[in-house]
Ligand binder design. Structure first.
Ligand code: AMP
Ligand code: ZN
Length: 119
């Protein structure tokens, strides 16, 4: 069923605590943790606790939780003190765009110059 935990999903296992992560913020609906392979001095992933394969599927099925993820990205940026300078929030969607974990997640990237357009 949409939103239910998936046994083979790495991020569902982080939500359940079966896989460890460096968690920086949690809410009733979201978890934010440091990316294991950071691409910037600040690289945090914000995920919904519920399983949806990507950001668009999340926004379609649970728009209030999609809003929670975006708001939390901003809260983490403030907590990490990168909000003043600026930060980027990215949803890689589909393998061709670099998505490797098919549980919706926002990348929060900051702490270095961020070129535009991204690669
Ligand atoms: P994406 O490529 O957009 O699907 O993003 C998945 C991200 O998850 C990558 O940036 C990985 O470095 C990160 N990642 C993979 N495994 C873990 C883990 N166990 N803990 C934290 N981040 C992870
Ligand atoms: Zn999942």
């Amino acid at each position: 069923m949409a939103g239910e935990p998936q046994a083979d999903c790495l991020f569902c296992k982080i939500v359940s605590g079966d896989v460890p992560a460096t968690i920086v913020r949690e809410t009733e609906t979201t978890v934010a943790f440091r990316d294991i392979n950071p691409q910037a001095p600040c690289h945090v992933l914000v995920i919904p606790r519920a399983h949806y394969p990507d950001g668009a599927a999340l926004a379609t099925a649970a728009p209030e939780v999609a809003a929670d993820v975006l708001r939390e990205a901003g809260e983490v940026a403030a907590q990490e003190k990168v909000d003043g300078h600026g930060y980027r929030v990215v949803f890689n969607t589909g393998a061709g765009a670099g998505q490797t974990v098919f549980h919706a997640h926002a990348h929060l990237l900051a702490g270095r110059g961020l070129t535009w357009p991204p690669g």
